[in-house]
Design a protein around this ligand. Structure first.
Ligand code: NAD
Length: 356
């Protein structure tokens, strides 16, 4: 297959970690007979310096013309005082909006080699943690009207939470399709005992479930889901939920797996094109020192293969190589532990390449 990937190296550690992910993709292309071509895109602080804005139109167009986008991270103290409309994050928000990305997908996977980094008890951790939270990204209470007014001599604040059937259906489908690419189990999280939006959510999800008889479907109330994620995370494969619940549950889910440098993410909309990025920021404190953990970005490239390019074997090969590097005791500074060997960003890349 030929795939055209828009590459946003960004700021801080971005260029270092993306550099390692591209080496991994090149190795995959060579091994599996694909051609990956890369279009460099300036976004974030580096684009402000070069073009005067965080995502110039001609750069956005490269992303819109690509098969998928790989991003390192943007931002840093140098641009903290830039006026709000031109800040580095504005580039990211405008990219998400222009690509129509309504689904944010964050895996929570505990690598057994890093088990001691999890705050959960060993008896819980040893059953394994490997699930993904699919969060609706552009609807619900974050996008409803927010007002504060005077009422009966005191202030009253109101936030509107709204969902339409089509907004629920499109994210629901991403949940089912994601489950089909994994262990075929989907948990839909809502608060249908209280909220109308959740009752509509549940009705739409039940309708969809009939189209996916091969996926084992269940509903769970959000308060119970928050408890089950720490009590027995091994029960989950894919969780699909609305924006506010997803924001909270996806942070809870990443916390139980340990290091921030390890966690990839994807954002998807209609069609197969997605935006793939590690969940961490540009880590200005270690930028330019070849110390960063590139694994979150390398695993984002694996997600790109699996979810946008339908390359499951290629994604498996990348994930297996990461596992072998961890098995060999190699660790970057953020996850260093006793008895392991401290390696640089590029040495971690070398090791992962050697295992593919
Ligand atoms: P951060 O995630 O960049 O760093 C938090 C801590 O984690 C730091 O100590 C850092 O060294 C460490 N860390 C993060 N990623 C690491 C990695 N791959 N390897 C090793 N250590 C790693 O968060 P922050 O310090 O709050 O933000 C720094 C900048 O990043 C800010 O300008 C912020 O706006 C931006 N940011 C960007 C994104 C994005 O591009 N999607 C996301 C979050 C923050």
């Amino acid at each position: 297959m030929n795939k055209n990937i828009a590459v946003i190296r960004g700021d801080g550690i971005g260029p270092e970690i993306v550099g390692q992910a591209l080496r991994v993709l090149d190795r995959i292309a060579e091994k599996f007979g694909h051609t990956f071509t890369y279009e460099d895109v300036d976004m974030g602080g580096c684009a402000i310096d070069k073009w005067g804005e965080p995502l110039p139109r001609h750069m956005l167009d490269k992303c819109l013309a690509s098969d998928s986008v790989l991003l390192g991270a943007v931002g840093g103290p140098k641009w903290d005082n830039v006026e709000p409309a031109r800040r580095p994050e504005k580039g990211l928000l405008s990219l998400r909006g222009s690509m129509g990305l309504y689904s944010n997908n964050r895996p929570a996977r505990l690598w057994p080699q890093l088990a001691e980094a999890s705050p959960l008890k060993p008896s819980v951790v040893e059953k394994g943690i490997d699930f993904i939270v699919v969060r609706e990204l552009i609807g619900g209470v974050y996008f409803g009207d927010h007002t504060t007014s005077e009422k009966n001599g005191e202030k009253e604040a109101v936030d509107i939470m709204a969902y339409t059937e089509h907004e629920i259906e499109r994210i629901g489908r991403i949940g089912f399709e994601t489950a089909r690419k994994r262990r075929r189990k989907l948990t839909s999280v809502d608060k249908a005992n209280v909220l109308d939006t959740s009752r509509l959510w549940r009705a739409v999800m039940h309708r969809l479930a009939e189209e996916y008889p091969d996926v084992e479907y269940s509903d769970m109330l959000v308060d119970n889901a928050a408890m089950q994620i720490v009590k027995d995370p091994s029960q989950f494969d894919v969780i699909v939920t609305e924006n506010l619940f997803g924001d909270i549950l996806s942070d809870e889910a990443s916390m139980i797996t340990g290091s921030i440098g390890m966690i990839p993410s994807s954002s998807l909309g209609a069609g197969s094109r997605g935006l793939y990025e590690p969940i961490h920021g540009s880590a200005p404190d270690i930028a330019g020192q070849n110390k960063a953990n590139p694994i979150g970005t390398i695993l984002s490239a694996a997600m790109m293969c699996r979810y946008s390019f339908d390359m499951a074997a290629e994604a498996d090969a990348i994930e297996a190589a990461v596992e072998k590097a961890l098995d060999a005791g190699l660790r970057t500074g953020d996850m260093m532990a006793e008895g392991c060997r401290l390696v640089s960003c590029s040495e971690m890349g070398d090791a992962i390449l050697s295992y593919i």
